[in-house]
Design a protein around this ligand. Structure first.
Ligand code: MEV
Length: 440
């Protein structure tokens, strides 16, 4: 077991690396070389990345790919995706092309309200608390003017502050439930700064409120924080076409395909075991775009999954129907995204990704991300209900297997050609590689 280390964060980067290499790798120079191999030669660029977080020792690469041919509301997009899973970008590109030929995706933002709370404890008369809140509500707004004025100039700001009584769930627990419009910013810092100011005003003004007893004046602010549950920051994306246009060379008629597809979605709507995997596939597409565009994928994941369980049972984020011969497939998800602030102004590849998307505003990015999720789900369900998932997965995984085996470029090309029209399995690839190497 290693010993605890004091003052690690104060060490230079080199000393941190030396400590890691010494402590965990018996000073093996290869470990040090590996860490340093991932440093960028451009020291300014490296410093930028070093300073994103504390205790940076090196960079951790993920591939940045693109999925072209996404027609969304009549406009063509090439969508950047940062992801390690081999089949995701290929599946997205395929789904984009499929729907390009059938009129593309339609998307619309339903709402953009974000929320946050001052969570507090109050022991006393409920009517007095309500009267106190009503009497200082306007001061909550005015005391935060220095934080909100720029956002207000651009048309955003605090939408409302409500007092919520939660004492039926937890003794003495109340909230200031606050809603915000943060326009093109994800808005986390803006919202949290507002909330902390509300808390300050709410606590200090209570001391001067004459109706309160001494005990009632003693409001305890537990915490002030935005919520990543944003069911009112909602976007919808859909595709539709006549069933007969679902003709694809998958050895299955369009009618049977549509029927199986709708059933697959219905299964995910009622069966949580399936819903989780179904939604995971959707998040393959969503997270990849969220990461590439410098947004917070943990926030999006948390909010999306809470939304998927909003009716008391975890369920599918997508829905499908066939009515009057028309196949329709859609998604509705909460997405609190930003296209200004945070990493969007800092990470050169995030800037590049946003430029590739022609500098979308937050609403446009919400639409693009929702479409990426829908396309990913379409691709997965299409494979699952026809050929099975492994055919495409293993084809994309082939390079990973060959890289693990240490195959040369020439060997990779020969083996990829061999598997062009065959189902890939790990053992078949190993056998083929050994055969090529004459190893038995
Ligand atoms: C794998 O990353 C995602 C899938 O499992 C999604 C699904 O089953 O719908 C293929």
């Amino acid at each position: 077991m290693t010993k605890p280390i004091k003052g690690f964060s104060k060490l230079s980067k080199e000393d941190k690396v030396n400590w890691i290499v010494d402590t965990f790798f018996k000073n093996n120079p290869n470990a040090k070389k590996l860490i340093e191999n991932y440093w960028n030669d451009d020291s300014k660029l490296q410093q930028l990345h070093d300073e994103f977080i504390e205790n940076t020792i090196t960079n951790y690469y993920l591939p940045l790919g693109v999925a072209p041919n996404f027609l969304i509301n009549g406009k063509l997009h090439t969508i950047p995706m940062a992801i390690e899973e081999s089949s995701v970008v290929a599946a997205a590109s395929k789904a984009a092309k499929f729907w390009f030929d059938r009129g593309g995706f339609k998307a619309k933002v339903i709402n953009t309200v974000k929320v946050g709370h001052v969570h507090f404890m109050y022991e006393g008369d409920k009517i007095k608390l309500k009267n106190y809140f009503d009497s200082i509500k306007s001061k909550l707004f005015s005391d935060s003017k220095s934080i909100t004025q720029n956002m207000e100039k651009r048309g955003g700001g605090i939408l409302d502050i409500e007092l919520k009584d939660k004492t039926d769930k937890l003794d003495n627990y109340y909230q200031l439930h606050c809603s915000f419009e943060t326009l093109d910013a994800m808005g986390a810092n803006f919202i949290n700064s507002c909330l902390e100011q509300f808390a300050k005003t709410f606590k200090s003004e209570a001391l001067n409120y004459l109706e309160f007893s001494e005990e009632e004046k003693d409001i305890t602010i537990v915490m002030s924080i935005l919520s990543n549950y944003v069911p009112e920051c909602l976007v919808r994306a859909e595709v539709s076409c006549p069933v007969e246009q679902l003709n694809e060379d998958k050895g299955i008629s369009p009618e049977i395909f549509a029927d199986k597809f709708v059933k697959a979605v219905e299964i995910a709507e009622i069966e949580p075991y399936r819903a989780v995997t179904h939604n995971k596939g959707i998040m393959n597409g969503i997270d990849a775009v969220i990461l590439a565009t410098g947004n917070d994928f943990r926030a999006v994941e948390a909010g999306v999954h809470a939304y998927a369980a909003r009716n008391g049972q975890y369920s599918s984020l997508t829905h499908a129907s066939v009515e009057n011969g028309i196949f329709k497939f859609w998604i509705e998800i909460p997405l609190a995204l930003g296209t200004v602030g945070g990493l969007t102004n800092l990470h050169p590849l995030v800037k590049l990704a946003l430029e590739m998307l022609e500098k979308p505003n937050a609403k446009e990015l919400m639409q693009i991300v929702a479409v990426a999720g829908l396309a990913q789900n379409f691709g997965a369900l299409r494979s699952l209900t026809t050929t099975g998932i492994q055919k495409g997965h293993m084809k994309m995984h082939l390079m990973n297997i060959l890289n693990q085996l240490g195959a040369s470029t020439q060997e990779k090309a020969t083996i990829a050609k061999h598997f062009e029209n065959k189902t890939v399995s790990h053992s078949d690839v190993v056998n083929k590689y050994n055969e090529l190497k004459n190893i038995n």
